[in-house]
Design a protein around this ligand. Structure first.
Ligand code: NAD
Length: 484
């Protein structure tokens, strides 16, 4: 990036770029060809200690003294800088994560939108007055938690940093961000842009490193007042356990096995692109990917056929070639997804269709053919577990009750889509499905800066995005004044 960073092997702490205390670095791979892209700092406990102390100092300094309007203005300025640099950010993300350029650009624009949205919202969250006993005035104050920790995954770094760090800053918290070790460049670019926008030292600190080192140190740190974690159920459970030792609040945005449910009366032409795109976007590495497609029996075969036709046209290749899909993020992720596909074949699931990998895709890249599976029962392993790759499973259903039972029949509850023209059914399904979001006659995998987002069951708890996030990133103080 022309004016950016950056020495990618440094952390951003207290407004300064510094190597890890250990001076060690880690290799960052480009998934499109498997070569080393650059090196990043191997941050650990000492770096997290410094970052948390810097955030605490930030709260005691100019950042902590800013008014809500001033914080909002800074966020808005940063949003404009992100817009100016959207192409550069998209290229960085495409190289780092492997997502096609257009999808990476959409993420950069979403980051700008989060900064605009939370910039505008910073001074809009008001307290209340509460009628109480004679002689009292009681009011509530919205206050920042203090120092907030943010652990994010590799699949949508810019979007998740925007929604999480953006909302925390709007409320006046000082933040420590730990990006995933597979994808750090846009997190570092975020710090660089914050510096250019004029954020005071300590408001934003970024420490790169391994999850079990820097991530574990952050979630166990006694100096943080809140932690926001986005990632897998297994790690989220560790983070919540560590946070419980200090009794601090936690937001968990975890995985999913989200269904799109298509009734026989649906507008199939409208549904079709959403059905497929929401499964293969970002090579299926999306927490809210529509990885299960439930189709009502009378239209099952015809709609499966139309989906298969689309699948056969899908192409995977290097991120900069900007095809339908890039590679998955790492060799490890490739092995996991290929393991699921091998199991599906062994277990007799029908491969309804596959896309292709372009002929000149680099050998070392982590490419997977997008695969549409059919003939699975609702309790099949591939219909229950999060695969996190370009694989969708089609399941037939009989009637409304059957659809609800299947939709709710996994450990997850993140997002659902319902396609039907029946107005009454739209409302019944919206209420009966246990998820954090339901889309009727559309599907928004991760979309909508303004829309509160989060899960129930194993998909997590707490809400990010929208105005709702501002409640999560603040605490309420009740002030009772006895004045007679
Ligand atoms: P992951 O849990 O392996 O890693 C996520 C983050 O946690 C990374 O920054 C990692 O370094 C860190 N980490 C790893 N071990 C840690 C530890 N012991 N202590 C603290 N931090 C640690 O998840 P992943 O494989 O990177 O991401 C994929 C998962 O994330 C999927 O399950 C996906 O559904 C979920 N996800 C959810 C959302 C959402 O908003 N609900 C969004 C994106 C991804």
């Amino acid at each position: 990036m022309s004016d950016m960073p950056f020495n990618t092997s440094q952390n951003f702490i207290a407004g300064e770029w510094r190597s890890a205390a250990s001076n060690e670095t880690l290799s960052l791979e480009t998934p499109s060809d498997g070569t080393e892209l650059t090196r990043i700092a191997r941050g650990g406990t000492a770096d997290i200690d410094r970052a948390v102390a810097a955030a605490r100092d930030g709260l005691a300094g100019p950042w902590g003294r800013m008014t809500a309007a001033e914080r909002g203005r800074l966020l808005a300025s940063m949003g404009r800088l992100v817009l100016d640099k959207a192409d550069e950010l998209a290229r960085l993300e495409a190289l780092d994560v492997g997502k096609p350029l257009r999808q990476a650009k959409a993420d950069a624009l979403a980051l700008a939108r989060y900064l605009e949205f939370y910039g505008g919202a910073a001074d809009k969250l008001h307290g209340e007055t509460i009628p109480y006993q004679q002689g009292y005035t009681v009011l509530t104050l919205r206050e920042p938690h203090g120092v907030t920790g943010h652990i994010v995954p590799w699949n949508y770094p810019m979007q998740i940093i925007g929604r999480s760090v953006g909302a925390a800053l709007a409320m006046g918290n000082a933040t420590v961000l730990k990006p995933a070790e597979e994808a750090c460049l846009t997190a570092l670019a975020f710090a660089r842009i914050a510096e250019q926008a004029g954020f005071p030292a300590g408001a934003i600190n970024v420490v790169t490193g391994l999850g079990e080192e820097a991530g574990a140190a952050l979630s166990a740190h006694g100096g943080i007042d809140h932690i926001s974690f986005t990632g897998s159920v297994a790690t989220g459970t560790l983070v919540q356990t560590a946070a419980a030792r200090h009794a601090i609040p936690v937001t968990l945005e975890l995985g999913g096995k989200s269904p799109q449910i298509v009734f026989a009366d649906a507008d199939l032409d409208a549904a079709l692109p959403f059905l497929v795109n929401a499964g293969i976007q970002n090579a299926g590495q999306t927490c809210s990917a529509a990885s299960r497609i439930l189709i009502q029996r009378p239209i099952h075969d015809a709609l499966l056929g139309r989906m298969a036709e689309r699948y056969r046209a899908l192409k995977a290749g290097p991120a900069l070639a900007d095809l339908d899909l890039g590679p998955v993020v790492s060799g490890r992720q490739q092995e996991i997804v290929e393991g699921y596909l091998a199991f599906a074949r062994k277990d007799g699931l029908a491969v309804a269709a596959e896309g292709s990998i372009i002929a000149n895709a680099p050998k070392g890249g982590h490419y997977i053919r997008p695969t549409l599976l059919a003939g699975a029962t609702a309790d099949h392993r591939l219909a229950q577990e999060e695969i996190f790759g370009p694989v969708q499973v089609v399941i037939p259903f009989e009637d409304e009750a059957d659809a609800i039972r299947i939709a709710n029949g996994t450990p997850y509850g993140l997002v659902a889509g319902v396609w039907t023209r029946d107005g009454g059914r739209q409302f019944r399904l919206a209420r009966a499905i246990r998820t954090g979001q339901v889309f009727i006659n559309n599907y928004g995998a991760g979309g909508g800066v303004e829309l509160p987002f989060g899960g129930v069951k194993r998909s997590g708890h707490g809400r990010e995005k929208g105005f709702e996030a501002l409640y999560g990133f603040s605490t309420l103080k009740t002030v009772a004044i006895l004045h007679g």
